[in-house]
Design a protein around this ligand. Structure first.
Ligand SMILES: [Zn+2]
Length: 257
């Protein structure tokens, strides 16, 4: 399974999962149909599935047009999103498994950004390879999604599930927000040498218009303040010793950053 990153709208990424042997593809969060159709034409591949993480327009905007073009495809989304995702046929819950090509993904229920948000995790096929996490707007490179429909407690719980995955997991998040996320991260975790180094690397990458997605989960665990609510430095920065309150305060500061 190959993952092809497509740019959409102003700062969205769409991910195309491609199986060259069977000549089939699936798409994660098609913000719009056009880039997907263009890539499918280039590959001469058939789209068999849409995997939606949540109902926001910049994640499902391409659903209808893709369904029209490939009426046989299956649309997957979270069970709690019933009625909110165009064309949804499969209603997924924590622990469900879905199939694409030779790979099986585990569904992780990650409410917080929305009340229905799910993530798709493909464990590594062979020892030493990466796993692939499609987490929508839950975890970003250097950041996390805003809490539109969920509480800090829910989001900490959701991010804890993601944090429990192996370091060698590629994080395919849906937006290119990394540089501004890391700029903010330095304001609450400025003595973190790994974070400082990452900020420098990402600055160079963005100056060259390079994408910073996917990132590695191991790097996120060391540098993303929204996975580090138990760290003393962050708790000190927001004057709390409570993990959830630490997370909530950092999220609140980021909202105003
Ligand atoms: Zn969203």
């Amino acid at each position: 399974m190959q993952v092809i990153r497509l740019e959409a709208l102003s700062d969205n990424y769409i991910f195309l999962l491609y199986d060259a042997e069977q000549n089939i593809a699936a798409v994660v969060d098609p913000a719009e149909a056009e880039p997907v159709l263009k890539q499918l034409t280039q590959l001469n591949a058939v789209l068999v599935a849409i995997f939606n993480t949540h109902h926001h327009g910049d994640h499902v905007g391409g659903n209808q047009q893709l369904i029209q073009k490939f009426p046989q495809l299956t649309v997957y989304g979270g069970a709690e999103d019933r009625g909110r995702i165009p064309g949804q046929q499969v209603f997924l819950q924590q622990g469900d498994r879905i199939q694409f090509s030779s790979r099986t993904a585990e569904v992780i229920f990650v409410p917080g950004h929305t009340r229905a948000h799910i993530a798709y995790y493909f464990p590594p096929e062979n020892l030493g390879e990466t796993g692939e996490l499609f987490c929508g707007d839950t975890l970003f490179a250097g950041g996390c999604g805003r809490l539109f429909e969920g509480t800090p407690t829910q989001m900490v719980d959701s991010l804890s599930k993601i944090r429990a995955l192996p370091d060698n997991t590629r994080v395919w998040c849906a937006h290119e927000y990394t540089l501004s996320n890391l700029k903010f991260a330095l304001t609450v975790d400025g003595d973190n040498a790994d974070l400082q180094r990452r900020y420098d690397e990402v600055t160079v990458a963005r100056n060259h218009q390079e994408a910073t997605i996917p990132s590695l989960l191991g790097v996120e665990k060391r540098t993303n303040p929204f996975l580090r609510w138990e760290q003393k430095a962050l708790q000190l920065a927001v004057k709390s010793s409570d993990p959830v309150q630490t997370f909530a305060r950092i999220r609140g500061m980021k909202d105003k950053f």
